[in-house]
Design a protein around this ligand. Structure first.
Ligand code: ATP
Ligand code: MG
Length: 790
């Protein structure tokens, strides 16, 4: 009233504003990329708090990454001008861990349960497959874990699966057995894998309505970002949380002292929480992990009374970039057409680049980054995307050489390093004594003379006697293992017992924090000293990594003075790829297309736009595969605000082989006039053929094209090709009939003169192994290499 408009509505378009202000049981916001879905969700939370319709503790917001959660929390704080402690903004996994640790007893767990990552899962499955000889039936840790994960995402457990399995099929019988043993092992180890975190929470709520009621009462507003990538288990969790509390249960809660009176409706029950989800079916890229866009398309049916809001204005990208995105995604059928538009003007054309090799492509990216940077763009506003991690090698090599500061997001995998996993396994063994996997990892790390036979012996001993591995270690004296080995085992068991005492709240001296505990374990086990004293230079790096872990525990203590070992281990377990991001770092970000979801950059280099990579060869023949890959391409394109580069390489080194690549089918879906194509020197028509790289550089809006600085600028620029892809391909040099033999002298456009040492392969895959006079040894695909015989 009175014309007052809260600043939190400032700048919003009418649809966005409605999405912030609407109140009702269910709200579905569907909109294309960059239309403000995440922004609106954030403001909606701020609005609920500002109007005092909700306490912070009544809000549960689900984001796709921990990093996105932290960002959303910060933004809410910035809008409100104050913190909102007690609010849960986190990923599905983090929320579920929190619930399960609190309700561990009902879930049949101890509160310090371990969380198995995919590597842990595979080690466990490897042991099971080995003990069952299941590899003879084609089972591998990889395919077994994929199948188990898929089932768990559909909320199937081993019993429900077995009921419908075809038990006359030996493979099915074996799979059921693997699944059963896997389930049992995790139970015995007091461990959950990633998929269990969601599934077990759903089971918990279904089995214990009184427990579920506590969370239904608490969370009055549930908001989910990136809803298109939820799987069935996550969908079920949302359903469980948004159900009403029956009047009888509400009565019961009141008698146990839980305040519910102000929440009860006319029936005496507590109505279901209000649910807001935002998503874009066109950005669904996790079908391989069970994501199901039906969660969006059937939302209105699932949640009656749903209000639907569409956002159509894009605030992120230029119109050229959007038009390309719209055109590409328009080739997927079975979708609702969305009309995304931008008020930001056409902007620059998209730059297409055809490189001769992955190496050339990387050089182009590095050069262009430097051009953008010298034109005033910060490194942190640029990103390079790729489909597979294997593509980073060439990119990194060139970026290092070009002194471009960069960072591989999600590529460092700090917590996956062996030495870090070793150190963490010590901590886990203290937190969760039942975790056989962790114990076996440290049993002989550092080396204490306990061999693999002893390890499996202890495991069998534990199994035969129905005791834990830890207990088996304590009882090992009677196993006749010899005094030295027995002594080593008992020493380790004692060390872990002593460590446990240091954090035992019932022990007056049990006040150690995580870093003190870790330091104690490292010192007493000798793990760090051993690495420090080693002559292997790799061990020096390993020691530094462990020291980094110690530093992290110190930070953790400082930032979370009330949290302990289990909290630290949880945090470590839930770190996801995108959490690796650090905007302040001033570096170019390198990441996979999957990691890029939800992010935005001024300039985006989308590399490897080739058949086999995008669409990836693995999915090219899968049902729905090419459509999902197209969405991935769409996600990549729509991350760019101002500048978009699409590049591909005609040849790519892979597994020591050189493969010829074809341009991605998706490139032809982009209107020709949106892209300005350039290509590696020497790839141009045979005319000239010996142009230096700099001459072929296109002059673009940032001046200087991708010419190296100091290149001779006075020479006339190469003609700007205006052809579309299908024509370009035919321009690629074809040396198909060039006969080369060892001893021949050749000239290469970039590498200069050299001598052929050897020719391998046949037909179009013939490769010349050439020793160049000044540039070293190279392998060239004869068919298309820019070479001539001298
Ligand atoms: P994605 O589908 O990629 O997740 P999104 O729909 O979540 O995108 P946001 O990330 O929320 O979109 O917004 C995209 C960009 O547009 C952000 O930089 C955001 O700050 C900006 N933006 C959103 N709404 C507005 C607005 N009304 N005015 C100006 N900028 C806006
Ligand atoms: Mg978003």
């Amino acid at each position: 009233a009175g014309g007052y408009q809260s600043p939190l509505l400032e700048g919003l378009n009418p649809q966005q504003r409605e999405a912030v202000e609407y109140r009702g049981p269910a709200l579905l916001i569907i909109a294309g990329a960059g239309s403000g879905k995440t922004s609106v969700l954030t403001r909606r939370i701020a609005s609920l708090l500002e109007t005092r319709e909700a306490w912070p503790s009544q809000i549960l917001a689900i984001t796709f990454t921990n990093k996105a959660a932290a960002e959303m929390r910060d933004r809410v704080k910035a809008i409100l001008g104050q913190g909102a402690d007690g609010m849960w903004i986190s990923t599905f996994h983090s929320s579920c861990v929190r619930i399960l640790r609190r309700e561990a007893e009902n879930a049949g767990l101890s509160a310090s349960f371990s969380i198995y990552d995919s590597a842990d899962t595979k080690v466990t499955l490897k042991r099971i497959i080995k003990s069952l000889d299941a590899d003879t039936l084609g089972f591998t840790p990889g395919n077994a874990s994929a199948k188990i994960s898929k089932l768990k995402n559909e909320l199937a457990d081993v019993d429900s699966y077995a009921r419908n399995a075809n038990m006359s099929d030996p493979q099915e019988v074996m799979f059921v057995e693997i699944f059963r043993q896997y389930t049992q092992r995790l139970r015995a180890a007091n461990a959950l894998d990633f998929d269990d975190l969601i599934g077990e929470t759903v089971y918990l709520f279904r089995a214990f309505p009184a427990v579920a009621a506590l969370y239904r009462r608490r969370f009055r507003h549930i908001l989910v970002d990136e809803y298109q990538d939820t799987n069935h288990a996550q969908y079920s969790l949302v359903r469980e949380l948004t159900r009403p509390v029956e009047p009888e249960l509400a009565d019961e809660m009141e008698t146990t002292g839980v305040h519910v009176r102000n929440l009860r409706d006319a029936t005496g029950g507590i109505p279901g929480a209000s649910l807001t989800v935002v998503g874009d079916s066109d950005q669904s890229i996790y079908a391989f992990r069970g994501a199901d866009t039906r969660n969006i398309t059937e939302f209105e049916r699932d949640f009656p009374g749903t209000k639907v809001i569409l956002l159509e204005q894009n605030y992120r990208s230029t119109q050229n970039i959007l038009s390309a995105a719209n055109a590409v995604i328009g080739h997927n059928f079975d979708r609702k057409d969305k009309k995304l538009w931008s008020a930001g003007g056409d902007g620059e054309k998209i730059v297409g680049f055809t490189a001769y090799s992955g190496h050339d492509e990387a050089q182009f990216v590095a050069d262009e980054i430097e051009v953008l940077h010298s034109a005033g763009m910060a490194y942190r506003d640029m990103a390079v995307f790729y489909r597979t991690n294997a593509q980073t090698r060439a990119l990194e090599e060139i970026l290092v050489r070009s002194a471009v500061p960069y960072r591989v997001v999600g590529g460092t995998k700090f917590y996956e390093r062996a030495e870090i996993k070793d150190a963490l396994a010590y901590l886990i063994s203290v937190a969760n004594p039942n975790d056989e996997l962790a114990l076996r990892r440290i049993l002989n790390t550092p080396k204490r003379g306990i061999g693999p036979a002893t390890e499996t012996g202890l495991a069998s001993f534990a199994e035969a006697n129905q005791i834990s591995f830890r207990q088996a270690m304590r009882d090992s004296a009677g196993l006749g293992l010899g005094p030295k080995v027995t002594g080593a085992i008992l020493n380790l068991a004692t060390l872990l017992d002593e460590a446990a005492l240091k954090i035992d709240p019932t022990n007056p001296a049990g006040q150690a924090n995580v870093s003190e505990l870790l330091t104690f374990l490292l010192e007493r086990s000798g793990l760090l000293t051993l690495l420090r004293n080693s002559r292997d230079p790799q061990d020096e790096a390993r020691a530094e990594n462990i020291e980094e872990l110690v530093a992290q525990t110190k930070d953790f203590n400082k930032e979370n003075p009330d949290s302990g070992l289990v909290d630290f281990l949880t945090q470590v377990s839930l770190v996801a790829a995108a959490d690796d991001l650090d905007d302040a770092s001033g570096t170019v970000s390198l990441m996979t297309l999957h990691t890029a979801k939800g992010l935005e950059y001024e300039a985006v280099f989308l590399t490897g736009v080739e058949e086999g990579l995008l669409p990836h060869q693995m999915s090219a023949n899968e049902p729905g595969g090419p459509a999902e890959e197209r969405r991935l391409f769409y996600v990549g394109i729509t991350r760019a605000r101002q500048r978009l580069y699409l590049s591909l390489a005609m040849t790519r080194a892979q597994f020591g082989d050189i493969n010829v690549a074809m341009p991605s089918r998706y490139l032809q879906e982009i209107p020709v006039d949106l892209i300005d194509w350039k290509q590696s020197p020497g790839m141009a028509n045979s005319r000239g053929g010996t142009q230096p790289r700099a001459l072929n550089a296109r002059r673009d809006g940032f001046g200087g094209g991708f010419a190296k600085r100091g290149a001779p600028e006075a020479l006339p620029p190469a003609p700007k090709p205006k052809t579309e892809w299908s024509n370009r391909v035919s321009q690629v040099r074809d040396n198909g009939d060039l006969t080369l033999a060892a001893g021949d002298r050749i000239r290469h456009i970039d590498f200069g003169d050299g001598r052929v040492n050897q020719v391998t392969g046949d037909g179009t895959k013939r490769i010349a192994h050439v020793q160049f006079d000044t540039t070293g040894a190279k392998k060239l695909l004869i068919k298309i290499a820019p070479i001539e015989k001298l």
